[in-house]
Design a protein around this ligand. Structure first.
Ligand code: MG
Length: 404
């Protein structure tokens, strides 16, 4: 009797492993969402999509839901509901709108939630998914920047795991393998240096949104592309790495690497350095998370090191790219400062894209907000999503005031 039961359980386990993985995709119409759809389509039979969620574009979300055969589609902006509903006409796909609807999508039965909403808007639904014990593939770095302690604690309490989908963290996650944080001497995230890597300070100060949006290596959404140009993105990623790998700030480093081939490096106590390499294509880290621990084939460009011939590395320039230093200071000071940093940065980037402030004003406004927050002793680490979003809201107001 006993052995047969065990055999049955093993059989079930095997069939579960072979069964398609059920996914929820939050931020399905954004850059990561679209690349996720490409990976899913490249692995027929590997995945079923339970739910998709998007922000404001109801028609695009409807197309994505139909493309992926999702059962449920949720758009956060209620005014986009009519477009979503019209786009889904003739399809048996449930539709809903509002922040609660996005949270419902996050909580649908699934094996993995892809958290790819851009910005602080992703914090609530992603946290809800983790609290419900869902495994989360995290592309929404703001979750860990805004409320990293809370997210890691919630994941541990719910007995679930956060898989890093950000390319640098994914490379480091793969390089870490079975080793633990205390065996690590240093973790290095690489940065392409963005479009202004070789520009003079004067030229950078006069940079336009179009120039900042022309990233040399990566094709990404506008927010992260501007963050790459200021190097704020790398600062946010250091905060993200601190939380996801439980590594102290002093063991984290940044290397500018213009080719974007080496994404992250881990040096160990024995002097060995393990690096993660791939062509700069988000399908690679996305596929790693979707299949983990199995490998999902993708059509991503293959790495031809002989053709690339040279990989170069340089130290970041904190003078021309002050945002990186501002972010590192927020990480070292801790408390709510990373939350303030993130909120102020979102407002400043928006204002820059709208042509209301100059490129160098982004770091200036973010730094001013962090300093003001430190003066107001807005120090306490957010203990809940509500607290984190409160700090987020007040910091946005402060940043808006500085934008003028
Ligand atoms: Mg990244």
């Amino acid at each position: 009797m006993q052995p047969r039961l065990v055999a049955e359980r093993e059989e079930q386990a095997v069939s579960r492993a072979d069964a398609p993985r059920r996914l929820v995709i939050l931020g399905a119409t954004g850059s990561i969402g679209r690349s996720t759809a490409d990976v899913i389509e490249g692995a027929p039979g590997g995945f079923v999509v339970e739910a998709v969620a998007g922000g404001r574009d109801g028609a695009a979300l409807a197309r994505m839901a139909i493309r992926l055969g999702a059962r449920f589609a949720a758009v956060s902006d209620p005014s986009a509901y009519a477009d979503l509903k019209a786009g889904l006409a003739g399809h048996a796909i449930e539709a809903a709108a509002g922040d609660e609807a996005v949270e419902l999508a996050a909580l649908r039965e699934s094996d993995l939630v892809v958290a790819a909403i851009s910005g602080a808007a992703g914090v609530g639904p992603t946290h809800a998914a983790l609290a419900a014990g869902r495994k989360v593939a995290l592309a929404n770095k703001e979750c860990l920047v805004c409320a990293g302690d809370l997210f890691m604690r919630t994941a541990a309490q719910a007995g679930t795991q956060i898989l890093p989908m950000d390319s640098e963290h994914n490379a480091i996650f793969q390089a870490l393998g079975a080793n633990t944080a205390d065996e690590v001497e240093e973790m290095i995230l690489t940065a392409s240096g963005g479009p202004f890597r070789t520009w003079s300070a004067e030229r950078i100060a006069a940079a336009t949104p179009d120039q900042a949006l022309a990233h040399p290596n990566w094709s990404m959404g506008p927010k992260v592309t501007i963050d790459s140009a200021t190097l704020m993105n790398k600062g946010l990623e250091l905060i993200e790495a601190h939380h996801i790998f439980g590594i102290p700030a002093k063991k984290l480093g940044v290397l500018v690497h213009p080719q974007s081939i080496v994404h992250g490096l881990v040096s160990f106590a024995d002097g060995a350095v393990v690096a993660g390499l791939a062509c700069p294509d988000m399908k690679v880290p996305i596929a790693h998370c979707l299949g983990y621990p199995a490998r999902v084939p993708t059509a991503a460009r293959r790495l031809d090191l002989a053709a690339i011939a040279t990989l170069s590395f340089e130290k970041p320039d904190f003078e021309r790219f002050p945002a990186l230093g501002v972010a590192m200071a927020a990480l070292e000071q801790g408390g709510a400062l990373p939350t303030v940093l993130n909120a102020a940065n979102e407002i400043a980037v928006e204002a820059f894209l709208a042509g209301r402030i100059g490129f160098m004003d982004i770091a200036r406004i973010v730094e001013a907000c962090c300093k003001a927050a430190a003066r107001d002793s807005l120090g306490r680490t957010p203990q809940s999503v509500v607290e984190a979003l409160d700090v987020d809201r007040s910091s946005r107001e402060r940043a808006r005031g500085l934008v003028g």
